[in-house]
Each structure stands twice: as structure tokens, then as C-alpha cells.
Design a protein around this ligand. Structure first.
Ligand SMILES: Nc1ncnc2c1ncn2[C@@H]1O[C@H](COP(=O)(O)OP(=O)(O)OP(=O)(O)O)[C@@H](O)[C@H]1O
Length: 780
């Protein structure tokens, strides 16, 4: 039953803006004496901020909350107030039972008796923060009753009049449900949260997708009129799905000039005499582009693409959001749900639904990814994508692409695909340009750190106080909170602005051979990577975190990934990992007044251009989707980013139950016995023979305070394996771990493996640690 205030002129005359308490017997005719379910008789009070009540029983007994019986404290502490901003619905419930808890002291036993009295009732729906996890919101309903029907109706009207004054709450939403998302629970997730939307009287138009790209197509084909009729779009699914929807909107409506194509940048650099080609495989930073800003609109040639008319004018038109309140929301139902974790802090559909309904929002940066394709007429054509969480090439992109082949496996596909890609260990030649920012506070693993010697790194690890502080992005992070929701100006938050005021030093280039190139817009925290891909990446600080992972041996890369999976791990503190905080175009690429627009620009792939042209530099679709963990309700999130979680999940060895560290140590040990005289260089500081490598690693873990048990287990396992496969057969002539003949036959049949006399030569730039013994299968 819906009650409106039409019949109660005296109530609508009340000015809800006045912080005046409404209580008993006043001129408004609202009796404050009500019964609260499971509590008893209360005096109810309301003002524009909160609804509060006081138990008459507690008045009688001085303090019900601290009552005791026979010396035993009774835990009767209960809520006594509810903020109006936390109320999402008020319902009249008609005649029914109100339970009254009465604590009886009769006799020696503690008795809690329940009395039920029938009366007219109304329910106030809000939420409580979970006592175990503050970011988790739990539904809370308070049912009040009174024998007088008009009293209940007037209270419902009164509370509603305050609730309706709350700003920013959506009235009509377009909801996309991905039925196969995650473990195939999309529809069930929506079924769980739908009653909350319904109770809050939020109208929803629900579209259950039938195929990949369905939501994208719907978004691009929506007429402006229809889009204007919604207050926002909600994705019930994973990060990839969210990104698909975001891209559907932005690709059809966002207008901004494209950056110059790779060819134009190179031509421009040549004309300035600044072009150089990478001549070595070791990445290096050069300042050759320092004096120019290749992405400035003034230098961008006019062109069309992605249905963007204004791109031809080079104008940076504001992004036309359908209306001021328009938001993007996400209700988690995917495999990793990184965006939700980064924004709400809880991977919980109910928390997300409540935040959407209550109009909570956070702001996010969005990265634009422009992929240049060479057309048949040899001209560069742009393909534009947007990402709110992560965009990557190399390992990350490969995992996502590979995992799509095994979607039928559900979330486990990431494990399988990740392991496959990890073992392939593909690396790419690349040259990357990024806009340098001179800042002292940008990051602990900035370029400055990377140039540090290993001794300095080790020294700093012993003196934590001297270490630059990492501002880890967590729930209610101070830096993220510095972007006030009410601030509609396209300025950076104060911290970011301060950093930007240090000024850019210009465009820098980094070239070499990389296992992975990624840009993170947010930290991409998730359940398997508690600190995220970049712990100090913040939601709307105006920076993109560029992460370059140079080619390195398997074991080191695995070590890096293991650090990602560990809370407090230091995945960026490796010599082969480079991390830069870079803004891109600040004023030129504002999507709207609420977000900033970033460019992640990669160009000039050199000698492997054949490969790169075929593969392209792009954000994998699913990848784009997975990174956004936005608060269910806010922002323009990223657009197709691969969930970092997915990456972590993709390598099962990273899961602690899999004992990843032990596996690394086992491999290291076996290798050290096979190549005892190989020269090893640790952090450019210590040179030692291969035989000592596992022990040196053990010592490092001791220094860094990492647990030693997994390392020692790995060494024991490695020794056992080495003993059984090498030492024992050598002394006795018996090989009890011999590979069965049928395995040899199968391998020969498949034609896998590199033969000793193969014309294919190993990659000279690849690490030598795990080349193996190179035995010819099936040979002598
Ligand atoms: N009905 C559908 N059938 C098949 N694929 C779909 C359908 N609807 C959407 N998709 C595609 O599935 C992709 C992945 O969806 P989603 O992100 O929800 O799941 P996930 O990959 O399990 O989760 P996560 O991205 O968090 O890892 C989306 O990018 C979308 O293009």
C-alpha cells in the first residue's frame, strides 16, 4: 500500500528543512508513542537528519542497554537512531504483530519472553555496517506500530517527506544482467537485489543479455531521448561486462581529438631530428621527446573515427552525459569483481545495491586507449577504447585472450589460461612514450628508484623510516577522498594538483623487450591481490600507473607475480619492473565535469612490427571489462580492462594453497645443481655462482622478513627430485623416476619440443636459467 501525503495538509505544511524535532502531541498531530518491533514502547523523534527513538522501558530502568541480572551483564544494546541519509524506503504494512521483548527478573533464571500485540505497522528500511567488516552493509528494517491508523500513516508521510529531500538518488535505471557472468549467477544476483530496488521505488528496465556485445549494441543504439529518461546504467556482472557497457556509451557519444598516429609522431620527431630507434634490448629511458608534446590537440591532425564528429575539428568538447545525476553502477557477479572491491571495499551485491539506491558515488579516472591500425590504403586508422581500471598488452592481454577460449570452465579458465601463457613466456619488443611528471611524492618505485643501485635498495629495506611512504589506496583513502563528490569542476584533487604543479618535464621514451606493458587507472585490488596491481594508484587522482615488465627469467617473473598475490608484497620493487605515474592530457580530455580523461599511448614498435601489427596494441575486450570495481553506483569506470584479479587468478601457482614460493625454490634448486658454475648477478650488487642462488634467495627472504618455511620446503623437494633423477641413478645405475616410454612416443607424435639438431635457434636475449638440458626426445 502506498501512502502519499495528500490527505494530510497539516503535515505537508511542515518545513522539513527546519531541524526541529517532531514529537508527541504537538501541533502536527503526530503521536510519538509507538511500539518498535522486538524492543517495546518507544518515543519516536524525527528531524531532517535522523530518526531516533528512546525506549520507555530504558527510561523506567534508567538504562536498558546496561541492565544486568544476577550480576550478569545483559547485552541489550540496540540501535536508537537512523540517519535519514541511510533510509532507503518507508512502507506502510497494515495490521499485524509487533513483538515486544521483556526482560523478566522473576525467579533465578534469566527469561526473555516475547509478547506479540497486534496493531497497525510501518517499516523503515535502512542498513547497518557489519560489525566484522565496516565496508559491508547489511539490510536493517525497523518496524513501528500503533493502534491508531492515522498515526502510522502520518509517520510514514513524515519520514518520506524527509527521505524525498535526499539528493542524488536515482528514480529510473537501465539494468543489464549478464546471466553467465562469473559462475553463471547473474540472474540470481539480480533476483537477490531486485526487492531492494522495488522497495525503494526505483523503476528499473532490465535487459538480460543474450550474447557478448549485446549490452554494447544496446548502449550505442539508445536514442538521446531514452537515455535522458534514465538516471543511470547498472551492470549486474563482472568487470568486463561493466566495461562493455561503459564503452557502449562512450564510444558512441564521447568526443575528443585523437592523439597523433605512430607514423605522425615519428615523422614529427624526424623533422625535429629527435627520432631514434632502439638499438639494444635493454629498456632505457630517453628524453628525446622532451621538448614536444605529441598528444597536444594543437598538433593532432584532424581525422574522423568512432563516430566522433568533433574529432575532425580537434576540439575537446565536453562529454554530454544524459543528465547531471547520470551514473554508472555495478553489482558484482563476475569472476573477480575488482572494480567493486576497489570502490565499495566489499564484494557484496547488497552493499552495491544499497549504495546505488542511496545515490552514493565515487569519481574515477578513465583512460582512453587508441589503437592505430594500418588500413589497406596504408593510412593509420584509430580504434578507440576506454578503460577505468586497467589496459594491458603482453602477458595480461594474452591471459585474457587465451582465457576467452575456455569460458565454459567458469572462473577456473583464468587458472588454466594463465598457466599456459606464463609457461610460454612470450616477450615483445616495444617503445613506449609517456608524459613525465616531476614529483617527489609520485611513487616509491619511480624512475628515480629504478636507477638506484641494488645496495641502496637493500639498504632502504633495512631502514623502513627512510623509505618513501606508499600511500596505499584503501577504502576511504585520504587521497581519493580529496576528490569531493560535490566538486564538479574538472580539476585534480589537491594532492594531484600539487603533484602536477611540479610540471611535466616532457615526453620520455622507454624501449626494450617486455613481458608485459600495462596501464592501471585504479589499484585493481581484489581478493587474490590484496594490495592490487599498483597499491598506490588512486581512484581519481588524474594519473595512470604505467607498469613495464622487462624480459626476465621465468623464476623472477613468477617471484614478481607471487609478490602481487601477497598482502604487503612489493611487486614493483624488482629491477626488471618499471613503474611510472603519468598523467596524460589534463584539460584537453575531460570527459565531463566529473572525470578526467587520460591517454595511454604506445607507439613505435620497432623490429617486431610485423608481430605487433598482427596482434595490435590493444586492450583485450575482457580485460577491459574486468578491471572496474566501481562502487556500484558511480562513475565512469574503466572500460574494458582486464581484471588484475583475473591475471592473478590465472596463475594458480600464485595461490597460497598451491605453494608458489616452494615451487620457485624447487626449480631454483634443481637449476642450481644443474648449472653450479653459472654466474649470477643479484640486483647488480652480488655476483655468485649458480650453485648458491637458492641459498642467496633464502637469505634475501630472511632479510625482507618473508616466511622461510615455503623456501625450505621447496629446497627439500628440489633436492629430493635431484637425488632421485641424477644422484641415485649415477651411483646405482637405476632410474626410478624414468619417464615412461609412452610419454616419449606421445611427445614425438605431437611433434613438440626442440630437437638438438633443430634449425630453430633459441632466443639469444632470453634468460638462460631454464633452457633445460636439451635432450633429444626419442634420440640416443
Ligand atoms: N549473454 C552473454 N553470453 C556470453 N557472453 C556475454 C553475455 N553477456 C555479456 N557477455 C560477455 O562476457 C564478458 C565477460 O563478462 P563478465 O565480466 O560479466 O564476466 P567474468 O569475465 O566472469 O567476470 P570478470 O570480468 O569479473 O572476471 C563481457 O565482456 C561480455 O562481453
Amino acid at each position: 500500500m502506498e501512502i502519499n501525503g495528500d490527505g494530510y495538509g497539516e503535515i505537508s505544511a511542515f518545513d522539513p528543512e527546519m531541524k526541529m524535532d517532531v514529537n508527541g502531541g504537538d501541533e502536527l498531530g503526530l503521536s510519538p508513542n509507538l511500539f518498535l518491533d522486538n524492543v517495546g514502547e518507544v518515543i519516536l523523534t524525527i528531524n531532517s537528519d535522523e530518526l531516533s527513538w528512546k525506549s520507555l522501558a530504558s527510561t523506567d530502568n534508567n538504562d536498558l542497554n546496561s541492565s544486568s541480572c544476577l550480576g550478569i551483564k545483559l547485552n541489550t544494546k540496540a540501535e536508537t537512531e537512523l540517519k535519514i541519509s541511510d533510509v532507503y524506503a518507508v512502507e506502510f504494512k497494515n495490521w499485524g504483530l509487533i513483538h515486544q521483548s521483556v526482560i523478566s527478573s522473576a525467579g533465578a533464571a534469566l527469561l526473555v519472553r516475547e509478547h506479540g500485540v497486534e496493531m497497525y505497522r510501518f517499516a523503515v528500511h535502512g542498513f547497518k555496517r557489519s560489525s566484522t567488516k565496516r565496508s559491508l552493509w547489511v539490510l536493517a528494517t525497523y518496524t513501528f506500530g500503533n493502534a491508531d491508523l492515522p498515526t502510522c500513516q502520518k509517520w510514514v508521510d513524515k519520514i518520506n517527506s524527509f527521505v524525498n529531500k535526499e539528493v542524488g538518488r536515482p528514480k529510473r535505471l537501465l539494468v543489464f544482467v549478464h546471466p553467465l557472468s562469473g559462475k553463471g549467477n547473474g540472474c540470481m544476483t539480480w533476483g537477490t537485489v531486485y526487492p531492494i530496488f522495488s522497495r525503494a521505488k526505483v523503476k528499473t528496465k532490465v535487459i538480460v543479455t543474450e550474447r557478448a556485445g549485446h549490452a554494447f549494441d544496446v548502449m550505442t543504439s539508445l536514442s538521446n531521448k531514452e537515455l535522458h529518461s534514465y538516471d543511470g546504467v547498472v551492470a549486474v556482472g563482472g568487470d568486463g561486462f561493466f566495461n562493455e557497457i561503459l564503452n557502449g556509451l562512450l564510444s558512441s557519444r564521447h568526443k575528443a581529438p585523437y592523439p597523433p598516429s605512430p607514423a605522425e609522431v615519428i615523422d614529427s620527431a624526424k623533422s625535429r631530428g629527435t627520432t631514434s630507434r632502439p638499438t639494444e634490448t635493454t629498456p632505457e629511458i630517453s628524453q628525446e621527446y622532451k621538448e614536444q608534446d605529441p598528444l597536444l590537440p594543437s598538433e593532432a591532425p584532424t581525422r574522423t573515427g568512432s563516430g566522433c564528429d568533433s574529432c575532425t575539428t580537434g576540439e575537446s568538447a565536453p562529454f554530454p552525459l544524459p543528465n547531471e545525476r547520470f551514473r554508472f553502477g555495478i553489482i558484482p557477479s563476475g569472476s573477480t569483481d575488482a572494480i567493486v572491491i576497489c570502490t565499495t571495499g566489499a564484494r557484496d551485491p547488497i552493499t552495491s545495491a544499497l549504495q546505488i539506491i542511496l545515490g552514493k558515488s565515487v569519481r574515477l579516472d578513465i583512460a582512453q586507449v587508441v589503437r592505430w591500425k594500418t588500413t589497406a590504403s596504408s593510412t593509420d586508422a584509430p580504434s578507440v577504447r576506454y578503460a577505468a581500471s586497467f589496459a594491458g598488452y603482453g602477458f595480461y592481454g594474452d591471459v585474457i585472450r587465451e582465457s576467452e577460449k575456455y569460458r565454459w570452465m567458469g572462473p577456473k579458465r583464468y587458472d588454466y589460461a594463465g598457466t599456459k601463457v606464463f609457461l610460454k613466456h612470450k616477450s615483445y619488443e616495444a617503445e613506449i612514450a609517456y608524459l613525465d611528471v616531476q614529483t617527489e611524492t609520485a611513487d616509491t618505485t619511480s624512475k628515480k628508484d629504478l636507477l638506484d643501485t641494488g645496495i641502496q635498495q637493500l639498504w632502504r629495506s633495512w631502514i623502513p623510516s627512510k623509505k618513501p611512504k606508499r600511500e596505499i589506496c584503501r577504502m576511504n583513502c585520504q587521497i581519493c577522498n580529496e576528490s569531493p563528490e560535490t566538486n564538479h569542476m574538472p580539476t585534480r584533487n589537491p594532492t594531484a594538483t600539487q603533484e602536477m604543479n611540479h610540471g611535466h618535464s616532457g615526453w620520455l621514451r622507454c624501449k626494450g623487450r617486455f613481458l608485459s606493458i600495462g596501464g592501471a587507472v585504479i589499484s585493481c585490488r581484489n581478493e587474490r591481490a590484496p594490495d592490487g596491481l599498483v597499491a598506490n594508484a588512486h581512484l581519481a587522482d588524474g594519473f595512470l600507473d604505467l607498469i613495464l615488465i622487462k624480459d626476465c627469467p621465468h623464476a623472477f617473473y613468477l617471484w614478481h607475480l607471487t609478490q602481487l598475490a601477497r598482502k604487503g608484497g612489493k611487486p614493483l620493487n624488482f629491477e626488471f619492473v618499471e613503474h611510472f605515474k603519468t598523467p596524460a592530457f589534463r584539460p584537453y580530455y575531460c570527459i565531463c565535469n566529473r572525470t578526467r580523461y587520460l591517454k595511454f599511448f604506445c607507439f613505435d614498435f620497432n623490429s617486431r612490427s610485423d608481430v605487433l601489427q598482427r596482434d595490435g596494441f590493444e586492450v583485450d575486450t575482457d580485460m577491459e571489462a574486468s578491471f572496474q570495481f566501481l562502487l556500484p553506483w558511480s562513475i565512469l569506470g574503466q572500460f574494458r580492462g582486464s581484471s588484475y584479479n583475473a591475471i592473478i587468478a590465472a596463475v594458480p601457482m600464485l595461490w597460497s594453497p598451491f605453494m608458489a614460493v616452494s615451487l620457485v625454490f624447487m626449480l631454483l634448486y634443481v637449476w642450481s645443481r644443474e648449472f653450479p658454475n653459472a654466474q649470477i648477478n643479484i640486483y647488480g650488487v652480488v655476483r655468485l655462482k649458480g650453485f648458491y642462488l637458492p641459498w642467496a634467495m633464502l637469505a634475501l627472504d630472511l632479510i625482507f622478513g618473508a616466511p622461510l618455511k615455503p623456501d625450505i620446503l621447496g629446497i627439500i623437494a628440489g633436492h629430493l627430485y635431484y637425488f632421485l633423477t641424477v644422484l641415485y641413478p649415477l651411483s646405482t645405475g637405476k632410474n626410478i623416476l624414468k619417464t615412461p616410454l609412452w610419454v616419449h612416443k606421445v611427445v614425438v607424435f605431437w611433434g613438440k619440443g626442440t630437437q638438438i639438431n633443430s634449425p630453430v635457434q633459441p632466443n639469444p636475449s632470453a634468460g638462460i636459467a631454464f633452457r633445460g638440458r636439451g635432450r633429444r626426445l626419442g634420440g640416443n
